[in-house]
Design a protein around this ligand. Sequence first.
Ligand code: BLA
Length: 317
Amino acid sequence: MDLSAFSYQKFVQFALEETQRRTTLSPRPIQENLKCLRSKDGNATLHTLSFKAPKIRHIRSLSIEGGPSMQVLDFAAFPELKFDFPIFCANFFTTSTLSIIVLDLNPLYDATLQRDYKEKYYRSLMPLYQKYAELLPWGDKITSESLKFFSPIVIWSKINSTPQNYEVLYATFKDYFKAWLVSMELAMEAVNEMQTVCNCEAQHKYLAWRAEKDPGHPLLKRLIGENLAREMIRQFLFEGVDSLGTKTFLDYFPEYHCVDGSINQKRSIIGKAYKTRPWDAGGEFIGSKVLFTLFQHRKLDSKINVYQYLDCKYVAL
Ligand code: BLA
């Protein structure tokens, strides 16, 4: 499909108008050099938008228009720290043949381990996922670390780039975004400071993960260069990573520790898994529990960087 006439702009426009209908958006300043950019090869333009609203700490969009061959949307909305409702996440990477889709209300707390969180925010939304399950099928194996940040209603899909699929995706995006707005409207403020502190750490951990390991980073670096990409990632896309907490990526994800103290550049330590959807229709996790115990590890030997994972085997990094 020639993507020249294809754009994710109307997705963004819908989300902002729908939010504005229900609350009051106000612009958040964007660093001058990140407002509107042209790729180094001159073939793509990058647009950023940034807002906040009561209950919404940050709602932001990066869209990349790459002419006939590439269109990208990275749209996310983060709650105010006094609230624990999910993070809205839409990541679409489209070439003339294929679209890689992640659309979710990313849980602030692990929706498999914290059943009350799952019940609170996802039980009522399972039918929403069912509605699109056939049209946007599970996109084959996925890095299992990502799964921890996904909810039982996640849409992870790889679809052909066709006008029909574009319309399906637009309808799905609208439904998911409206569902997120309802979660936002219903969410109650934290009753004590401790909850707010936990929400803050949960967002910070999420930001730390994505600022370091998002699959889009290599392409972003190719498009606008290492330094600008770094600013885009840390000051804009995952803004908060340097201010919401002092823990580092390695504090949260020590399994990425290299012997020389640096971060393992691999995108995934565990590798790809989950060829099929690991939740049942009721949102119950039916994948291997290994993923969820894997992170409870202890370091056995700092020199050769060997970890013992509970319920699992030795893994040499
Ligand atoms: C691919 N993007 C992907 C994939 C996922 C995501 C799951 C498939 C690769 C994989 O298995 O990991 C998205 N992963 C996420 C999200 C979370 C996560 C949202 O863990 C949240 C927790 N994508 C962008 C931007 C670009 C982009 C801005 O958001 C480009 C500038 C590109 N995404 C992009 C590309 C691929 C991709 C090029 C394919 C690269 C690959 O498979 O390695």
